[in-house]
Structure formats: structure tokens, C-alpha cells
Design a protein around this ligand. Structure first.
Ligand code: TRP
Ligand code: ZN
Length: 885
């Protein structure tokens, strides 16, 4: 492994830039096999810096044609160019540096910088893509006012877009035209964007709180123009919500969204020109599942919210990434909770956090939400920075209360508007506005690992006293052997026979009491602590960590009866779901042991009764009932098992299947009754109640099919008669997983025939097949990689097929002959050259070798093979080398 050009960057080495770029003028000449970029950078040396300093500009993958200072072209000895920089040896205090460079977007398969997605020119500059466009101070604390001229063929590229306002458009000779865009807000280069192509748009308006009219446009390919309505409505909803909840108003007269097919992530918040993966914009009932609709809504909102949390106030350096991402994820999840069901949204977020982020924090890439070092920043767009980062902001919200939190965010935005700041600045604003001391709380920013809370209880019947003994700890993570105690908000209640009990906490001032005297948030901040409740008339079941009030693992010795009681009767919807999950997880592991030992296996009667009540109770939100029946994923079960010593994918798979099938059999009449009772009237846009009904109905279908393959008849009818993609895809999945060869093949073929012109639906088709857990799993995926509809150059397709296989088809990926690992290794080797960001992300499941005792050696061997590959990208190198440490 050659790592000669790989440098580790450290937070502690941060130095402010010696130069500012007050204004940036760019000119793009778009041609068919290359693009000429001309820049004029208005530079100013910062007072504190030395005289006659040399200047190093970042620049990669480009050809320098000329460079000049104040109009005078530099001679060759006055500068030097390397693979990653342009060094100008002597630069005056104030000057204009002009560069002319040639780049080749047509050959840019990394999808970073300026590239082509089919016939469309587009950009992705976060984190360090701008340096692939022109030589620049490519760091977020260098903020500049941009003026951008785009010149290109009128017919091929009728639409020319960049950030800010269009100030000039011209028809030129030779079939060319040009547009000039000016963005009045100083911004870091990572927020720069350019789009040129043959696009159509839909347009709508938004009137801001101070009565300014904003034009909203969504640009897509002509064929997709009727799939923009939901994204547009989501944008308007998000704009209103940010005014109502955060007092944040939009600041330009125009806001554009562009959808592109080839994109490394979901979307990007470029100032006034958000660029989206088509999968995060386009929606129709025919092609998009309800989950897809919700995803579009939350991502549109997320990118819009960045206008304040990210753009107006940005990051000083990339170690502060969670400053904008954690806060913005928190904001978008608050938004989704407000416009939908808060409990369902929380359940979804927690499921994601526990399966992805807890796993990341327990593995070799574990890092704090504010990392201290990195080799490749692209590797740090992680569940930890995003999702755990959002949990940390959520805890601040809990500790301060909504009102103080709002005062804190107001102060933060006001104090730092137009600045590039740090996580510390955010916490300080929260402290200053609320008077709450967050000194110890700051450890959440610097310590990695998922803390564990061990809770024990004690009931004194005579004194009517109930005590919770709480102990916290945090596992060792790379580079962090010792951890100091965290501040952990522990939301809780106590469940008695007749409902939740009033809480009287000893030694706490009365002013902390809330309007609901059955709910408290305890502040755990020491290694060991006890909380004593007085006047407790019976031994209660504690309802702990409500809403997952902190991103921690909870350990409490609940009996199955306790869990059932919480599941049926706690006043907190999240705890009801969580207790069901805990119980199901426990039962699956028991079944796993029984299956392994050959003992007779029976399903817990308590579970059957509790589940039967859930299905009978029509007053419950069907979406929540569906969530309570959703079995923990194999991946999550493997994560849990590894906490207890090690995971066996095969026996986990069988035990999980066994439980689903047994539960399906035990409750078959009830599942069938609900399935038939939830027939849904179709309307245009999915409404919350319909989404909820469909969710439960399809959950019933899955149990019915597991119980008895004859129930595939229901799936076949549903597949044929579905009027929306949610129902059609749910039926397809059952048929693909459980039908005989003939029915499976014909249904998949039918689906492909019907939808082969819809790229996003073809991806769903690939993903369903990637996850089929039968013996042909890997060969099916390999065959699909040669299918005409698969392209290695399109990240959505790679994620659907390869990602679907390695993340969702655990029994095949982890086949003991090592074929799954070898397959992933081969794909990563190819992608390492084409698209390193994607290669490195796909690699994640291999890094979890410590989870699987019987397979660790095989998995490491594949990592070793990768590490011996020549020309590893920094992205892949970092993940491989850290995983092998
Ligand atoms: N800032 C984007 C977001 O909203 C993340 C992102 C989009 C990104 N594209 C990227 C990060 C490419 C790294 C590379 O979350
Ligand atoms: Zn973001």
C-alpha cells in the first residue's frame, strides 16, 4: 500500500488563512471534450501575516494554461505546480490573481467538481471538489462574493444556472449563449454550483414573513416534469416552518432545485441552487413508495434549512462538519415530526441510529461528532457526524427547553451571521442565551463511543420509596482509552397497575416539575448516581429513556411481563414500541439458541397475547402498530449479538424467520382480518392516514406469507391490482423472496417490462433482487451486474444492487466460502479508480469483521488483499488501513 501522498489533517493544526478572497469572478466556456475555466481572484493578505508571503492555492486534476497577477502574466520560475497545488512564490498584499485552466468534466467519474451527468453539466463541491474546478483557497473559512459567467452551446445547454441572481443573459455568435450570475452573499467555495443542460422546470412562489416574493423552481428532464409537485410543496412547507419555528426567512428572490441522475449523496445545499439526486426529488404515486415520498420531503427540507444552518453561518473547518449537519438533521427531523407523526418519526430515526451509528461507534472507524483528525474528509460524512450530531443538538434542546433553545438559536444566527464558526460557538450561544452551564456536556463533542447506562431498581414497600441506581460507562474507542462521564438526560416515568404514577423526586427543587407530573427528565452526570422517588404506592415498572432521550444503550433487567406491561400500557408511545423491540429481540435470540441446540422451539405466549391485543385495537395508530410488528433487522440483531460476544448470521437469519413465521401462524386470522379491513381508497397524493394504513396492511401481508406460502395468492392479487408503488413493491418483495422459481421470475420480468423506462423504479427492482436470501443470491447479483440496465458509473444503481446485497443480504454476503467478501472486494477495486467516495462507502460492512467470530479472518483477508492494491485512493486507503489496525 503506497501512502506517500496521504497526509493526516489534525484539528489542532488549524491556522486561519493568510489571505482573503473578497471577490471571485469565474468564466466557464463549456465545450464537448473539455471546459476552459478563467478565474479572477481579488486577494487581500491578512494584516497579521508576513510580508511577501508565498501563496498556495489548492488545485487537482487540471491543466494550468496561464496565471497572472494584476494583469501581468507570470513567468515559469515565479510559480510551481504540483498534483495538488499551485504555489505562487511572491504575492503582493492586495492583488488580482487570474488563472486559466482546462478541465475535463466528461472524464470526471468521481462526481466531484464539475462533471457530466449524461448530457448535463453539474457540480458537487462539498467538501473539497472546488479545487478540481480552478486553483483556489478551497477551505470553508475563506468566503467570497462570486460572479459567474457561463458560456455554451444554446441548443445543447439552453439552461445555464449558478448561485444568486441572474444579472445578464446574451445570445452570442456561432450558436452560443451566455449567462452571468451574481451571488451577493459571501460564501465558501464548497457552496458554489453550476448547472448547464436541456432541462425543463416547474415554478411556484413563496411569500416570506416580511412579504417578499420568492420564485421557486425545480429543474428536471422533460420526461420527469410531472413528478415535481411533492418536492415543491415540501419546499414551501419547509420555508414556512423555518419562519414559524426558528424565525428564519429566506434571503434571495429565487430558489432553485436541480435534479441529476448521477450523484454521490442525497442532495447538496449550494446557495440558492440546490442540486439533488433524482431519487430525492421525483415522486409520483405510480413510481414512488410512501417511504420515498417521506424521504423527498425531509431532504428538500434539510437542504433548505442549510440556508441558515450551514450557509449564512458556515463551518470554520471540516472538523466542525457536525455544526451544520448535526444541527440541520435535528431541524429536519423536528420538521418531519411536526408535519407527520412525531412518534413514528422518532421510531424511524432511532432505528437508523441504533443500527448504523451505534455500529459505527463500536467499530474501527469510531470517531467523535467533532473528529480530531482525518485523511480524507469525505469519509467523515458519517452517521456519527449527522445522526449522533443531531442527537447531541436534541439533548441540548431537552436540557434547555424549547424556549431557551430558540433564544439560543436566535443568538447563534445573529452573532455569527456571515461567519465561519465552530461547534464551540454554537454551544456558547446556547449557554449565553439560556444561562445553562454546558461545560460537562461538551464531552459529547470530543468523546467517541456509545455510552452505556446500567440501571437497577429497588423498592422499599414500607417507606413507599422507589430508587433507581444509575451507572454510566463508555467503551474504549480508537485513540481514546479513558472516558469522562457524560451529561445524559434520562427521560422517564413509572408505570403502575392502573397507569403512570405521579413522580415525587427526593432532593430536587420543585421548580423542575413540569405540567405532566408523571414524566421527568433526570440529569445523569456522574459515573454512579441514585434517584429516589417518594410516595410510590406499589412496585412500578420503570419506563426509561423515553424517546431515546440520549444516544446511549440502556441496560435494565426487565422481565418479559414488564416489557409486555410497558408495551401495552405505558403513556409514552416510544417506550411502547421500544419495549416491543426489546422483547422481540430477546425472543429471537432465545429461539436462535433453541434452534442451535436442537431443543423444541415454542413462541412465548405472552408475546402472542400482547401482539394479538395490538392487532385487535383499532384505536391505535396503524402506523405505530406496524412499527411494533417490524422485526429488528438482521444487521441490528448482529450488532446486538456482537455486544454479547459475537454474531452468527446464519442462525440469526433462521431464528428471525422462524419468529416471523410462528407469529404469523399464531395470529393468522387477525392478520388476515386487518389485511382485508384496510382496503384503501386511492387518492392523488399520499395522506398520512393512507400511509399508515398501507404500512400496517403490508406488514400483515408479510406475516401472512411467512406463515403460509399459500398466502402468496394475496400478494399476487395485490401486485396485479396495486394502484401505487408502495403496495406493488411490497407484494413484489414477498413474491421475490418466497414464491417458487416460476412465479418469481415471471413477476420480476413483468415488473421490469412495465417500469424499465423509469430509472428510479429499475433501481427498486435491482434492490429487491439483491436482497433475496436464497442460495442463488450472489450469482443473481453478479448476473444483474451485466444487465443492460446496470451501470457502475451511476451511484444509485451501485447502491441498489451492490449496496443492497452487502447490507441487506447478510446470509449471502457472509457466505462461509468468502465469495461475498471477494465480490465486494472486486467491486471496490473497480470503483476505487472510478469513484473513490462510493468505493469507500460500500466497504463499510467489511470493516465490521470484529462482529463475526467465525468469519473475522476471512473478512480481514479481503481487507488485506485490498490494502495490497496499487494506487489506492485516500478514501479507500483510510477505511482499509484503519479497519486493519
Ligand atoms: N451537505 C450535503 C448534505 O446536505 C452532503 C453532501 C452532498 C456531500 N453531496 C456530497 C458530502 C458529496 C460529501 C460529498 O448533507
Ligand atoms: Zn446536510
Amino acid at each position: 500500500m503506497t501512502a506517500s501522498n496521504l497526509r493526516t489533517v489534525y484539528l489542532k493544526d488549524y491556522q486561519p488563512s493568510a489571505y482573503l478572497i473578497n471577490r471571485t469572478e469565474l468564466h466557464f466556456h463549456l465545450l464537448e471534450d473539455h471546459v476552459i475555466v478563467s478565474s479572477r481572484l481579488h486577494l487581500l493578505r491578512c494584516a497579521a501575516s508576513a510580508q511577501d508571503a508565498s501563496l498556495t492555492l489548492n488545485g487537482e486534476e487540471m491543466e494550468l494554461l496561464s496565471v497572472s497577477i494584476d494583469g501581468i502574466r507570470l513567468a515559469e520560475e515565479e510559480y510551481s505546480v504540483s498534483a495538488e497545488s499551485l504555489v505562487i512564490h511572491r504575492v503582493p498584499e492586495q492583488c488580482v490573481i487570474a488563472c486559466e485552466t482546462r478541465i475535463r468534466p466528461q472524464e470526471n467519474t468521481a462526481l466531484s467538481g464539475l462533471y457530466k451527468s449524461r448530457n448535463l453539466f453539474c457540480t458537487q463541491c462539498e467538501a473539497e471538489g472546488f479545487r478540481r474546478i480552478t486553483y483556489y483557497l478551497d477551505r470553508p473559512d475563506v468566503m467570497s462574493v462570486f460572479t459567474v459567467t457561463i458560456e455554451g452551446d444554446r441548443e445543447r445547454y439552453p439552461v445555464l444556472l449558478s448561485n444568486g441572481n441572474l444579472i445578464e443573459a446574451q445570445q452570442l455568435a456561432d450558436g452560443l449563449h451566455s449567462a452571468v450570475w451574481h451571488d451577493p452573499f459571501p460564501k465558501p467555495a464548497y457552496l458554489f454550483a453550476l448547472v448547464a443542460g436541456d432541462l425543463e422546470h416547474v415554478e411556484d412562489r413563496f411569500t416570506t414573513m416580511s412579504n417578499r416574493e420568492v420564485t421557486l423552481r425545480i429543474y428536471v428532464e422533460k420526461k420527469d416534469i410531472d413528478k415535481c409537485g411533492h418536492a415543491m410543496r415540501s419546499l414551501q412547507q419547509a420555508m414556512r416552518w423555518d419562519e414559524d419555528i426558528y424565525g428564519r426567512e429566506y434571503d434571495l428572490d429565487i430558489f432553485n432545485i436541480v435534479a441529476v441522475d448521477d450523484f454521490n449523496m442525497g442532495a447538496m445545499e449550494n446557495k440558492s441552487l440546490n442540486i439533488f439526486n433524482t431519487s430525492c426529488v421525483l415522486c409520483s404515486q405510480q413510481t414512488t413508495t410512501d417511504l420515498g415520498f417521506q424521504r423527498v420531503q425531509s431532504i428538500v427540507a434539510h437542504e433548505y434549512f442549510h440556508n441558515w444552518s450551514g450557509n449564512r453561518v458556515t463551518c470554520r473547518d471540516w472538523f466542525q462538519l457536525s455544526l451544520k449537519e448535526g444541527f440541520t438533521v435535528f431541524r429536519d427531523s423536528q420538521f418531519s415530526a411536526d408535519v407527520g407523526s412525531p412518534t413514528v418519526k422518532r421510531v424511524e430515526d432511532v432505528t437508523l441510529l441504533r443500527s448504523l451509528q451505534f455500529a459505527e461507534d463500536a467499530g474501527p472507524m469510531s470517531h467523535p461528532i467533532r473528529p480530531e483528525s482525518f485523511i480524507e474528509i469525505n469519509n467523515f460524512y458519517t452517521a456519527t457526524v449527522y445522526e449522533k450530531g443531531a442527537e447531541v443538538v436534541r439533548m441540548i434542546h431537552t436540557l434547555l427547553g424549547a424556549e431557551s433553545f430558540r433564544r439560543g438559536s436566535d443568538l447563534y444566527f445573529e452573532r455569527h451571521d456571515g461567519q465561519a464558526v465552530t461547534c464551540e460557538d454554537f454551544v456558547l450561544a446556547m449557554e449565553d442565551a439560556s444561562g445553562v452551564n454546558l461545560q460537562q456536556f461538551r464531552r459529547w463533542y470530543s468523546q467517541a463511543g456509545t455510552p452505556q447506562l446500567n440501571v437497577q431498581d429497588e423498592y422499599d414497600e414500607h417507606a413507599k420509596c422507589y430508587t433507581l441506581h444509575v451507572e454510566q460507562s463508555c467503551p474504549v474507542t480508537p485513540g481514546q482509552a479513558k472516558k469522562l462521564p457524560f451529561v445524559i438526560p434520562l427521560a422517564m416515568g413509572l408505570l403502575g397497575e392502573a397507569g403512570n404514577l405521579p413522580l415525587r423526586l427526593r432532593d430536587l427543587p420543585a421548580d423542575i416539575e413540569t405540567s405532566d407530573n408523571t414524566h421527568r427528565v433526570l440529569t445523569v452526570n456522574q459515573p454512579k448516581q441514585s434517584f429516589v422517588f417518594e410516595g410510590v404506592s406499589e412496585r412500578p415498572v420503570p419506563s426509561l429513556l423515553r424517546g431515546l432521550s440520549a444516544p446511549v444503550r440502556l441496560q435494565f433487567e426487565y422481565s418479559s411481563q414488564d416489557l409486555c406491561a410497558l408495551m401495552r400500557r405505558d403513556s409514552d408511545g416510544f417506550v411502547r414500541w421500544d419495549s416491543a423491540q426489546t422483547l422481540l429481540t430477546r425472543i429471537i435470540f432465545e429461539v436462535e439458541q433453541q434452534l442451535l441446540s436442537g431443543a423444541a422451539v415454542v413462541l412465548d405466549q405472552l408475546l402472542i397475547e400482547a401482539c394479538s391485543d395490538l392487532l385487535r385495537d383499532h384505536s391505535l395508530d396503524p402506523a405505530m402498530v406496524a412499527e411494533m410488528f417490524r422485526l429488528p433487522s438482521e444487521d441490528y440483531l448482529a450488532e446486538q449479538a456482537s455486544q454479547a460476544g459475537g454474531a452468527n448470521v446464519d442462525s440469526i437469519h433462521h431464528a428471525r424467520d422462524w419468529v416471523r413465521s410462528a407469529l404469523g401462524q399464531a395470529l393468522a386470522p387477525l392478520f388476515l382480518a386487518r389485511y382485508q379491513g384496510l382496503e384503501i381508497q386511492q387518492v392523488d397524493a399520499p395522506e398520512a392516514t393512507q400511509i399508515a394504513d398501507r404500512s400496517l396492511r403490508n406488514m400483515c401481508l408479510a406475516y401472512l406469507v411467512s406463515a403460509n406460502v399459500d398466502n402468496l395468492a394475496l400478494a399476487t392479487v395485490q401486485y396485479r391490482e396495486a394502484t401505487n408503488m408502495t403496495d406493488r413493491q411490497a407484494a413484489l418483495k414477498e413474491i421475490a423472496f418466497y414464491a417458487d422459481h416460476k412465479l418469481r421470475a415471471s413477476t420480476l420480468e413483468n415488473f421490469h417490462q412495465k417500469w424499465r423506462h423509469e430509472a428510479l423504479v429499475v433501481n427498486q427492482w435491482l434492490q429487491v433482487q439483491a436482497a433475496i436470501p436464497d442460495r442463488e443470491g450472489l450469482s443473481r447479483v453478479k448476473a444483474l451486474m451485466t444487465h443492460a440496465d446496470f451501470e457502475l458509473g451511476n451511484p444509485n444503481k451501485v447502491r441498489a444492487l451492490v449496496g443492497g446485497f452487502v447490507n441487506q443480504n447478510l446470509v449471502n454476503f457472509h457466505h462461509l466460502d468468502g465469495s461475498g467478501y471477494r465480490f465486494l472486494g472486486d467491486v471496490v477495486v473497480k470503483l476505487n479508480r472510478l469513484n473513490p467516495q462510493l468505493a469507500s462507502r460500500l466497504l463499510t460492512p467489511l470493516t465490521k469483521w470484529q462482529r463475526y467470530p467465525a468469519r473475522g479472518t476471512l473478512m480481514r483477508a479481503e481487507l488485506e488483499r485490498l490494502s495490497a492494491e496499487p494506487a489506492l485512493s485516500p478514501d479507500v486507503f483510510e477505511v482499509v488501513s484503519k479497519s486493519l489496525q
